[in-house]
Design a protein around this ligand. Structure first.
Ligand code: ITT
Length: 200
């Protein structure tokens, strides 16, 4: 069956496309369905709410099964900031670089134990009949002292995991990131749920 990937973030689209490439879905981008310029107001209070808002909006406009991703970074000592505000942490038109600089500034002088963080990815799926579900994936790590690497996107240059000691997520290949990432885990879970539902 056909599924629209409801994201305006091309990095997400690429990662999701790669993770779903061996799965029995024909994926379409927002551009493919003529919604390349659609702005969706994400006024939910949780990743789950925002992912559902995006997926429902696009399913209603297209009639296709729709998959949306709401994700972000939660830093323990910052009371889980930037959380659902990760994309616009440093302001409305903030670039990834601006956001990384703001985060480094807020953690200035803090030792490793106070730099613990996790990435969260919630995937929402809305079916043409309106039925929906969400799944969640998380990846724990620490915020480094300097940005490193030019792969990935968002906070990847600052995010260090145990799996790849000493390297940021922006220094490992996209395939290696997908194997361990919050997005990879959430989409693996989504595949399981969808396989069961499409079978019955
Ligand atoms: P859509 O809503 O159109 O999907 P968006 O970028 O606005 O795109 P979000 O509101 O979910 O999406 O914000 C996600 C932000 O969290 C993203 O812009 C990054 O700053 C950060 N983020 C999410 N996943 C990430 C990852 O795998 N690596 C690095 N940063 C990530």
């Amino acid at each position: 069956s056909i599924a629209v990937i409801a994201t305006g973030n091309l990095h997400k689209l690429q990662e999701i496309g790669e993770i779903l490439k061996d799965f029995h879905l024909q994926t379409k981008s927002m551009k493919d369905v003529g919604l390349g310029d659609l702005e969706i107001l994400e006024d939910g209070e949780t990743f789950e709410e925002n992912a559902l808002i995006k997926a429902k909006t696009v399913m209603k406009k297209t009639g296709y099964m729709t998959i949306a991703d709401d994700s972000g970074l939660e830093v323990e000592t910052l009371d889980c900031q930037p959380g659902i505000y990760s994309a616009r942490f440093a302001g409305e038109n903030a670039t990834d670089k601006d956001n990384n600089e703001k985060l480094l500034q807020m953690l200035e002088g803090k030792p490793l134990v106070e730099r613990r963080a996790r990435f969260v990815c919630v995937i929402a799926v809305v079916m043409p009949d309106g039925e929906s579900f969400t799944v969640r994936g998380e990846l724990y790590g620490i915020i480094g002292f300097h940005p490193k690497g030019d792969k990935g996107f968002g906070y990847d240059p600052l995010f260090m995991t145990r799996e790849y000691e000493g390297l940021s997520l922006a220094e490992i290949s996209p395939e290696d990131k997908n194997k361990i990432s919050h997005r990879g885990k959430a989409l693996d879970e989504m595949k399981k749920v969808l396989s069961e539902r499409l079978r019955s």
